[in-house]
Design a protein around this ligand. Structure first.
Ligand code: G4P
Length: 532
């Protein structure tokens, strides 16, 4: 039992802001992450977080593939201090194929920053991710990026947010100059001034800011100023002002403009995270209750990752502290099994850097090493009976059998497949008919398969090949369904090993439709993302 006073735990929780950036790939998430960290004085040179080609890298490079493909498969959890607060930024993989992973990360944050490309507005992946935020009642701050490049009109982008997402955009900053002709920003809380920025070479340091009083002379000098003031009048007229209540309820989103690559507008966004985003607070539990932040320790495992660093071949469970204080060395209870879990090796992860974590408070993320028994969705506590809601499981749309090409490595192959399943990298389906040697892998996106093959080869030393199956649609069924469908063409029933669900796989919607018409009483339920 911790001896930290409850008042201190409440104070520390109130200092925490735990958030993630959601965006479509290429909108600038890595760039923004670096810029945020740069402003918070965690790192002194942009490019130290993700290490894309050509930048100095502190990358979680357990997969060379990640860099080759230019995708971010792994998630880093960054912690930095800003204005006496502690910010925890959880990185989410950008590629749609890893949506499940992103969903899990979003279960561990209190707020999301939705990043849009000024030229593209809402893109498919942004829409999907926004839906998750809505399900989870997460407040969303919007950052419209790349204003230094030709793009759409600011009002047009706001309109799209309102129409397609059904939330009210409430701009906090407003751009002076159209996209591509960026001249500065007006902070609506200080509407008599323009913030002008001086760029720095390659965006390597924070942009210089100059707050200039708005005068007629300034309007002559800055061609974008009068149009911006007219637009602001329009916004004032419709009352599009930030409102804390509706933001926290997910009904409105404060909007910021900027160019992450030159660090423009980034400080204002960071201030907004501090001033507007909610602090760590009571969390909902599986049984519909809540756990206050000052209760005994409880934590949610939201991500498990093996071999993040080739120098440390181990498995790390990322745990969000939900209540109480985490003290390194404490013995916790793994609620799913009732077994004790020792926390001797607890780390914070900053890219590739690991530092031991001695203490962590609600909102913080702790990486627990050698967490073999933990899977996403698990709860760790000081012994009390608390369980957090299960992690969402997605409807897979891609299926393939997998087998090893080196039979002498069959044992490693089986171990690898079951570990990758436990981590949530892929779903695994089995049936008596197919036997245990060639399980069926089910994925939301095909890139998950590439990750499986790569990791089987490189971590488990077992080369494997995939044989794609023609199915594209999955439905949940029961024993009666299994029996009836077993005799039909274009459909196959398998058991999902993760939860024992029986899944009927159909070659396409058309086949599913014809079977449903033929056998209307059959149980064929869509797989919804559970737990969201
Ligand atoms: P992601 O993580 O969301 O996938 O995006 P990332 O940060 O990698 O950014 C995608 C591309 O957009 C990068 O260019 C990046 O430099 C550029 N970018 C990000 N923010 C801004 C911005 O505010 N203005 C402009 N003009 N560009 C921006 P790239 O050519 O793909 O890579 P790089 O070689 O420049 O790193």
């Amino acid at each position: 039992m911790s001896r930290t006073p409850q008042a201190q735990i409440r104070r520390e929780a109130a200092r925490r802001r735990t958030f993630a950036v959601i965006s479509h790939p290429d909108a600038g998430k890595s760039t923004l992450t670096e810029a945020l960290a740069l402003h918070a004085h965690v790192i002194d040179e942009a490019g130290a977080v993700h290490g894309k080609t050509g930048r100095r890298g502190v990358t979680s490079d357990w997969m060379a593939m990640e860099r080759q493909r230019g995708i971010s498969v792994t998630s880093a959890a960054l912690q930095f201090e800003y204005r006496e607060l502690v910010l925890n930024l959880l990185d989410t993989p950008g590629h749609a194929d890893f949506s499940e992973d992103t969903y899990r990360v979003l279960s561990a944050v209190d707020c999301a920053v939705m990043l849009l490309d000024a030229a593209k507005g809402l893109e498919p992946q942004t829409l999907k991710l926004f839906d998750v935020c809505r399900h989870r009642h997460l407040p969303v701050i919007t950052f419209i990026n790349k204003w230094d490049r030709p793009g759409r009109e600011a009002l047009d982008l706001l309109d799209e947010i309102e129409q397609r997402l059904g939330i009210v955009p409430t701009p906090v900053t407003w751009p002076v100059g159209y996209a591509g002709g960026f001249q500065g920003l007006i902070d609506r809380r200080d509407p008599d001034r323009v913030v002008r920025f001086s760029r720095t070479a390659g965006g390597a340091t924070a942009a210089g800011e100059e707050h200039v009083r708005i005068t007629d002379e300034l309007a002559e000098e800055m061609s974008g100023l009068r149009p911006a003031l007219e637009e602001l009048e329009l916004l004032d007229g419709i009352g599009a002002h930030h409102d804390a209540g509706s933001f926290l309820a997910g009904a409105s989103t404060p909007v910021f403009f900027g160019a992450a690559v030159s660090n423009i507008g980034v400080r204002l966004l960071l201030d907004a995270i501090v001033d507007l985003a909610p602090s760590a607070s009571a969390r909902s539990t599986r049984d519909g209750g809540t756990v206050p932040v000052d209760a005994d320790f409880s934590g949610l495992v939201f991500k498990v990752q093996a071999n993040m660093d080739p120098a440390h071949r181990d498995r790390i469970a990322f745990v969000r502290v939900c209540s109480g204080v985490f003290e390194r060395g404490m013995v916790l209870t793994h609620t799913a099994t009732g077994r004790p879990f020792t926390t001797k090796y607890a780390h914070s992860m900053f890219g590739r850097e690991r530092t031991s974590v001695e203490l962590a408070y609600p909102g913080d993320i702790v990486g627990l090493v050698n967490a073999g028994a933990l899977i996403p969705g698990d709860t760790l506590t000081e012994g009390q009976q608390v369980e957090f809601p299960p992690m969402p499981v997605f409807a897979p749309e891609h299926f393939a059998t997998v087998r090893t090409t080196d039979l002498s490595r069959s044992k490693q192959f089986r171990r690898g497949v079951s570990q990758l399943e436990a981590e949530g990298v892929v779903q695994v389906l089995v049936s008596d008919r197919r036997g245990g040697q060639t399980p069926v892998l089910a994925a939301v996106g095909p890139m998950q398969f590439e990750v499986v093959l790569h990791r089987l080869q490189h971590e488990f030393g077992t080369p494997a090949v995939l044989d794609p199956l023609p199915y594209t649609v999955a439905r949940r069924t029961d024993r009666a369904g299994e029996e009836q469908l077993g005799r039909m063409r274009g459909v196959e029933v398998l058991t999902r090993t993760r939860d024992g669900e029986l899944l009927a796989l159909f070659i396409d919607e058309w086949r599913l439709g014809s079977i449903t018409r033929e056998l209307p009483d059959l149980m064929l339920e869509p797989l919804v993302a559970q737990g969201t």
